[in-house]
Design a protein around this ligand. Structure first.
Ligand SMILES: O=P(O)(O)OC[C@H]1O[C@H](OP(=O)(O)OP(=O)(O)O)[C@H](O)[C@@H]1O
Ligand SMILES: O=c1cc[nH]c(=O)[nH]1
Ligand SMILES: [Mg+2]
Length: 211
């Protein structure tokens, strides 16, 4: 597993505003999208391209185009939905699949309540979107789901990651799974309720309200 923690003053600035408890929901949504677009630049570093002949106004040249099959973006509902627009802005030709997952507030165990993904994911480059990597339980189930359908190239894009979650993913998936985590920050730890410290609170609630 590879871990990339973004190191950029603009990302650090936007993330600080996002973390603040005084940031309202519309601002939180906008910032989450902006941050993902910045992270997507790093997350798509190895996106596959192929040569393509193009004609400029001056001459012919060999450019590149994103290869087929198209990359697949998979937001984990709910909170990952707040990252989708920011990601597809950078790769508008990507396909989008969905995983609906929720973690039990007491046991912290993740369950899957919805799924809409291609049956065969072999050869696909997959970008999983979830703002929070806390215990890692949700992401571990999501990645296993994708691997079971043949995926071997998964990049998880997170806004915040806890060391506990990163360790779990590292422990569960060996090099053959080819998993990369790209995050805007690696925080200190989890608290006794499984929340990331210092964190930003409950990402889903801050995006969409408490349900
Ligand atoms: O790493 P973990 O300990 O599994 O926790 C992280 C998960 O918790 C949050 O989702 P939540 O269950 O709150 O659902 P929501 O997005 O609908 O709010 C978050 O968006 C992650 O999916
Ligand atoms: O800090 C956390 C941990 C899990 N889910 C969240 O939304 N926030
Ligand atoms: Mg939530």
């Amino acid at each position: 597993m590879r871990l990339h923690v973004a190191d950029h003053p603009l990302i650090a600035h936007k993330l600080s505003v996002l973390r603040s408890k005084d940031t309202d929901s519309p601002t939180f949504r906008r910032l989450a999208e902006e941050l993902v677009t910045l992270l997507a630049y790093e997350a798509t570093r190895d996106v596959r391209v192929e040569p393509k002949q193009i004609q400029t106004p001056v001459t012919e040249m060999t450019g590149v185009a994103i290869s087929s099959p198209r990359p697949l973006v998979v937001p984990i509902l709910r909170a990952g939905l707040g990252m989708l627009e920011g990601m597809t802005r950078l790769i508008p030709t990507a396909e989008v699949g969905f995983l609906g997952m929720v973690r039990d507030e007491q046991t912290l165990e993740a369950t899957t309540y919805a799924e809409r993904l291609p049956d065969d994911l072999s050869g696909r480059q997959i970008f999983v979107l979830d703002p929070m990597l806390a215990t890692g339980g949700t992401l571990a189930v999501a990645i296993q789901f994708l691997l079971d359908r043949g995926a071997r190239d998964v990049v998880a894009v997170c806004l915040l990651a806890a060391p506990e979650g990163v360790r779990l993913i590292e422990h569960k998936f060996d090099a053959r799974a080819n998993v990369t985590i790209v995050t805007a920050a690696l925080d200190e730890r989890l608290d006794e309720n499984g929340y990331i410290v210092p964190g930003l609170g409950d990402a889903g609630d801050r995006l969409y309200g408490v349900v």
